[in-house]
Design a protein around this ligand. Structure first.
Ligand code: PMP
Length: 432
């Protein structure tokens, strides 16, 4: 068995033997040894309520998912060059959740791989190279996805914007260039036109527009009404395809919608998935239209050693079963709405929460130094996260100014969990 080491020893060994760019959460990092539902446990058996993990979507170590993976692992794991029932069953079940044209499935092992493959599909279909992305977005860690991630290429160590990439302002209706109004969504959507014109001026045609259906790294923003319809129309008019990155927010987290893009009333040309799809097991997916998939048939096979293997598919099927049987999409809607109300009540009672926003169990609360100037208060946001940890509730911060409290628990998060969180946050806000 694996030797059990102290936190200090593990930190030292990580430093000596592992990727030197790894980071840890919290000033005093946690050693987590077990998970169950919304709870994580440290080596002393102390429980922490996990409000950060949108990967262990139906709850940590959900027995149905664990059993499905164990049983298939004990029977067979191979690649897609043998026929197997699991992969076709999964394709049928997954596409049944999507609008009709989205009917061709590619399976990968991560969100990055899904977004990477989607770029190849978009380029094959449009014969163009350019991509428009939203400022502060993150789409993955491969070289091609770093180039599409302002969150990375504009940060320390980044190499700046590549010539084939256009960036549009984030549709932030709290502190962005267009504030809350009926028109803000369309105003932000119109920015796509000038971004594509800038690319054209560099002789680059637009292959794709990549956009998360709710903005994660950008700071938990819900897209303003009318944004994607306007943006998609502009991209389609220019011959490009539109991609919804649902890696963080898909699979019922949005509550009212199984796919968060549905909230905008659009149908993307490509949808990418990851994180929650396997409840922690590494799987990703691209779903697209038959037309785009046909453009990818060039004579070269897309083969992915692990993608679509029987074990991954068994796990992904179990995740869909659990979401359905435990009515977790409805849970996300109900508990998410309760959390938003509770946070808005705290906003009224505690100074310097500038904005509370979200959809389903994807919520953000933005700390500011002053409600009028809206100057971001990163220090307070960080202090609140540390103080909540001391009360055994795990959260994180997010956004360009790192001042947004990021809330995205497993979607089994209950009303009682939400009440516990709101009570604890109330105490912490009174003290910090
Ligand atoms: N897209 C989005 C929106 C993400 O949040 C992430 C991961 N944070 C990715 C893509 C990349 O996924 P992965 O880490 O599984 O490669």
């Amino acid at each position: 068995s694996v030797p059990q080491r102290s936190n200090a020893e593990i930190l030292q060994l990580r430093k000596q033997w592992l990727n030197p760019t790894l980071s840890v959460s919290y000033k005093e990092p946690l050693k987590i040894v077990r998970g169950e539902g919304v709870w994580l446990y440290d080596q002393d058996g102390q429980a922490y309520m996990d409000m950060v993990n949108n990967v262990c979507h139906v709850g940590h170590c959900h027995p149905r998912v664990v059993e499905a993976g164990q049983a298939q692992m004990a029977r067979l794991n191979t690649n897609t060059r043998y026929l197997h029932d699991n992969i076709v069953e999964y394709a049928l079940r997954l596409t049944a959740t999507l609008p009709k044209p989205l009917s061709v499935v590619f399976l990968t092992n991560s969100g990055t791989e899904a977004n990477d493959l989607a770029l190849r599909l978009a380029r094959a279909h449009t014969k163009a190279r350019g991509v428009i992305v939203v400022d502060h977005a993150y789409h993955g860690h491969s070289p091609s996805m770093i180039e599409l991630s302002p969150y990375k290429f504009n940060s320390k160590g980044g190499e700046g914007q590549a010539a084939h990439v256009g960036v549009v302002a984030m549709p932030d209706t709290y502190r962005g260039m267009f504030r809350r109004s009926l028109e803000a969504g369309r105003q932000y959507g119109r920015l796509l036109r000038s971004a594509m014109a800038d690319l054209r001026a560099r002789d680059v045609a637009t292959a794709a527009f990549y956009c998360e259906s709710l903005l994660g790294c950008g700071g938990q923003h819900v897209l303003p009404e009318g944004y994607l319809p306007e943006a998609y129309a502009a991209v389609h008019a220019a011959g490009g395809v539109c991609l919804a990155d649902e890696v963080q927010v898909g699979f019922g987290r949005a509550g009212q919608y199984f796919w968060a893009f549905e909230g905008q009333g659009v149908v993307p040309d490509i949808v990418t998935m990851g994180k929650p799809i396997g409840n922690g097991h590494p799987i990703g997916a691209v779903v697209t239209t038959p037309e785009i998939a046909a453009s990818f048939v060039t004579g070269m096979e897309y083969f992915n050693t692990f993608g679509g293997n029987p074990v991954s598919c068994a796990i992904a099927l179990a995740v869909l079963d659990v979401i359905e049987e435990e009515q977790l999409q409805e849970n996300a809607r109900r508990v998410g709405a309760f959390l938003l109300d509770g946070l808005r009540d705290l906003q009224r009672r505690h100074a310097r929460i500038g904005d509370v926003r979200g959809q389903g169990l994807f919520i953000g609360a933005e700390f500011v130094q002053d409600l009028d100037t809206r100057t971001p208060d990163r220090t307070r946001a960080k202090a609140v996260v540390e103080a909540m940890k001391a009360h055994h509730v795990l959260l994180s911060t997010e956004g360009p100014d790192d001042n947004v409290l990021k809330i995205k628990p497993p979607i089994v998060f209950s009303q009682a969990n939400a009440e516990h969180f709101l009570d604890t946050l109330d105490q912490v806000l009174t003290a910090t």
